[in-house]
Design a protein around this ligand. Structure first.
Ligand SMILES: [Mg+2]
Ligand SMILES: [Zn+2]
Length: 518
């Protein structure tokens, strides 16, 4: 027998009370399992700005580690998580589930002996519903998770498949459809996905009056799904058809009634208005009835269903139009580029052999440049020579502390690589050698040819060329003239460098649109 497959766990959110409950159950199941547990449990802090560290629940232990992803949503947070893993499998768990006592043992059994063409294994979800009354619309909605396919409440993927597909599509900004999108891309790549036997429970949390209205935002994500996967994606993702067609009819009836108002003086106008109002009322009443019938007949639930049944159809259409506009040029996810920055004198001012986080000072425009890239779904990383370690001037720990400060000031990065060696070590990673770039690309599952390297000296550009990456030089006063003249691309500042990156990308996605136009 071969060794049991190794795994690590990624939780894309931090800071909710439920995380403590989840971790306690998870750690207990790991303790109780006979085999080796996870190599790490990564919690991703996706708050947009660095605040004080969040208090972790008690009894977490050394397995639990925290990453930052800069407020880009759960899809991006999961990508930050798996990029940090090294094990064969990455298991995504949500912070509001409760793993069963046998979860870790069952997971090991689920993953053991899976043939290489199986890329993912899904856990089984139970949503406990109130025993003493019928479930509300929202509770029934949550209960739908029991049947849902490939949801990341508990989903294990092979790490190398995540790397090959680019992981989750970060244009899905909320916890909706990003899991189905990844599953479809993995299936399209020829892999299989299976259901395992491990179990979690997913409680239906209390939700406010307007929750069903807020959920209409998902219509924008559905537009992106159609754009990326074609019209039959629901069938392939085992999703039932929504009510969007009826919402269009209902809204059209309401608009027809409004349009007939100026003509109310004439009998024909009155007839049209009356007919339109009757059609709107019938469609709305049917919608409310469908939602009320299986639920509890409380005054609160009835009021909530009546009000939101009126508001949902136009909201659904509004979000669908918003999505159509936002995603009109969206191309495939896997091909997006990676931008790897040199650190010193590119992102932060160069303080030679700096081991002091307090002395970190961003270069002008660095935060804006990075945020623009992040908003455009471009992954960002840092590749940095730190020969001060080999020289004994600073320790590797100092470098990590300074890097943590850089993330506090400039937001999270998808990958960090630094070379601790000096010239005499003859390593393959010290720029102008290509090793740092190759390593960073490999950790993101990217081809170096899809990477752009932005740096301030000739060594950065030579390293880029040696790795087969594109290089953009952003000179400072200390860059030598011959380095500037040797560079293939030069930008006056970081903002101009980002223009070059995104400009090329826009041209490519425009070509992609023409190719896929039907
Ligand atoms: Mg530099
Ligand atoms: Zn090195």
């Amino acid at each position: 027998m071969s060794r049991p497959p190794s795994y690590e766990i990624v939780v894309p959110t931090i800071g909710r009370h439920s995380l403590g409950v989840m971790l306690e159950a998870l750690l207990a199941s790991i303790e109780a399992a006979p085999g080796p547990g996870p190599k790490a449990i990564w919690l991703v802090d996706d708050r947009p700005d660095a605040g004080p560290p969040l208090p972790l629940p008690d009894h977490t232990g050394p397995l639990v580690r925290v990453l930052r992803s800069g407020g880009r949503g759960p899809a991006a947070a999961r990508n930050t998580g798996w990029a940090a893993t090294k094990a064969d499998w990455t298991v995504f768990l949500d912070d509001d589930v409760v793993p069963s006592p046998e979860w870790a043992a069952d997971l090991a059994a689920d993953l053991a002996g899976l043939p290489p063409e199986v890329a993912g294994s899904q856990g089984r979800v139970t949503v406990p519903l109130p025993p003493d009354r019928r479930p509300t619309d929202w509770e029934r909605n949550t209960a739908g998770l029991e049947e849902a396919a490939w949801i990341t409440a508990d989903m294990a993927y092979r790490r190398k498949v995540l790397a090959a597909t680019g992981g989750f599509d970060e244009r899905f900004r909320r916890a909706f459809r990003e899991d189905a999108d990844l599953a479809l891309r993995v299936l399209d790549a020829g892999f299989r996905l299976v259901r395992g036997e491990r179990r979690i429970t997913h409680p239906a949390r209390p939700a406010g009056f307007w929750i069903s209205l807020r959920m209409q935002k998902g219509n924008a994500d559905d537009v992106l799904m159609t754009r990326l996967h074609g019209r039959d994606w629901r069938e392939r993702a085992q999703e039932h058809n929504g009510r969007f067609g009826r919402h269009v009819l209902t809204t059209a009836a309401a608009l027809a009634a409004l349009a007939a108002v100026p003509a109310l003086r004439r009998p024909a106008g009155r007839a049209v208005a009356l007919g339109a109002v009757a059609a709107w009322a019938a469609l709305t009443a049917e919608f409310a009835a469908v939602r009320l019938r299986p639920g509890p007949r409380t005054a609160g639930e009835t009021a909530r269903m009546l009000v939101t049944s009126v508001a949902i159809p136009p909201a659904a259409i509004g979000h669908r139009l918003r999505g159509t506009l936002a995603h009109r040029t969206a191309g495939p996810w896997g091909s997006r580029p990676v931008v790897l920055f040199d650190r010193d004198d590119t992102l932060i001012r160069d303080v030679p052999y700096n081991g002091d986080p307090a002395r970190v000072e961003p270069m002008p425009g660095a935060r804006d440049a990075l945020d623009r890239l992040r908003r455009n779904g471009v992954r960002v990383g840092v590749v940095s020579n730190q020969s001060g370690v080999a020289k004994g001037r600073i320790t590797a720990k100092d470098v990590l502390r300074v890097n943590a400060r850089v993330e506090e000031l400039l937001g999270g990065f998808d990958v960090w690589e630094f070379c601790p060696h000096d010239n005499a070590d003859g390593c393959g990673c010290r720029k102008p050698r290509p090793g740092l770039i190759e390593r960073a690309a490999a950790r993101l599952g990217a081809d170096p040819a899809d990477c752009v390297v932005i740096g301030d000296i000739g060594g950065d550009m030579q390293a880029a060329a040696a790795a087969g990456a594109r290089g953009i030089l952003v000179p400072t006063g200390r860059t030598r003239p011959e380095e500037v003249s040797a560079a293939r691309e030069v930008a006056g500042d970081l903002a101009a460098a980002v223009d070059l990156v995104l400009g090329a990308r826009r041209a490519r996605s425009a070509r992609g649109v023409r190719r896929t136009a039907r």
